[in-house]
Design a protein around this ligand. Sequence first.
Ligand code: SDX
Length: 429
Amino acid sequence: MEQTAKIVVDGKTFELPIITGSDGEKAIDISRLRQETGIVTLDPGFANTASCRSGITFVDGEKGILRYRGIPVEQLAEHSRFVETAYLLINGDLPTKKELERFSVLLNDHSLVHEDMRTFFEHFPRWAHPMGILSSMVNALRAFYPEIPERTEEEEINITVTRLLSKVRTMAAISYKIFKGHKVIYPIQDLPYAANFLNMMFDSPVRRYEIDPDFVKALNVFWILHADHEQNCSTAAVRLVGSARVNLYAAISAGICALWGPLHGGANQAVVEMLGQIHKNGGDMAPFIARAKDKDDPFRLMGFGHRIYKTYDPRARIMKKACHKVLGKLTQHDPLLDIAKGLEELALKDQYFVDRNLYPNVDFYSGVLLRAIGIPLNMFTVMFAIGRLPGWISQWKESIDDSDWKLHRPRQIYIGANERDYVPVEKRG
Ligand code: SDX
């Protein structure tokens, strides 16, 4: 027997179907609400609104659960590699050995960037933020790799997906090398995905970059933890822009722009800037906690709080462990890690944070890990984007195959002026 929800509008009762997800989540299906009642719902920030049915990622914010295609992220971080997890998200199942080998060969074959794109990279101002460069250059990929009419839609999508996954790390490394005024390093055949990226970033004609397997492992964990997170802001942007049936490069470029924001993916850079300020401030955290609690101060404790997680973000836990592992191995001591741990301890004992269920999120420790690997601060969010790419792609693919899918066009409640006449300029006050 279908469950329903009853609403009464102007004395009239309407019944709306309740749908249940595979893990027991429930939603009132309001897709016929306006048609039947003439009214719409209002939900700023969509905090209470599901935009779609999805079979990709499951998050339970109360219990701190995150699963990709049903597999707990803890297991993937422990046993998988980023390329394998990307395959899982995009195709729905873990690849066989053969499928993984073929996928890796394809990623290798598409890792170069069209040489004519280099002039674009070279003509950005040196101070351009790498996220702005990345979103522009991903959008430009369509110009350099136009659709081939002879290909089927599926072939076109598959090659576009492979190009994006493979070239995004080459483009990120090119922007870094050009920013430094250094020689661009090309991808090397048969170097695995993460190792190839590190080599493109840090190898130099005068100093061979020694690829550290612990850095490679840490980078795979970092990217696996960022690979998808259901309908977050940037994924919602990819789905919304994608709903107009633009090409995938344009939809992904929109996702990169949304991720750039300090309330979203830009938080990892903001966290390290905040930790650095506390360090400069002699390690005194109290003023930052006080500012975060001050209603009149727009300052927020970066890396804390989450729209969905009302408990510890499972990714933050894994990231914190990875920080210890990498820093421990380097016998490096990063004072920012101590500050981060101290800040976490202070905040989790403070009633303001406890009352609002504010815990460290994925961005709180991720920047400390990236610093340990040697990634420059202004590329932290680019690293998030590379990780999130398979998630954006899988969500976009799911949307175009969804029979319920339609152009995203929300409604509004108008609160402006009622009808009034035009007043000629000479009669205005
Ligand atoms: C990511 O959605 C995703 O899945 C995102 C992500 C992903 O994988 O894609 O997980 C990645 O974006 C993580 C979030 C990174 N952003 C930050 O770390 C920025 C700092 N965090 C906040 O700005 C905030 O917590 C948000 C934006 C993340 C979530 O905010 P919400 O859900 O809109 O909650 P809210 O702003 O309504 O806050 C509720 C209360 C408010 O206080 P009251 O008005 O109730 O008194 O909590 C307070 C807020 O002022 N609050 C904070 C706070 N976060 C919320 N106060 C101080 N510091 C904070 N960080």
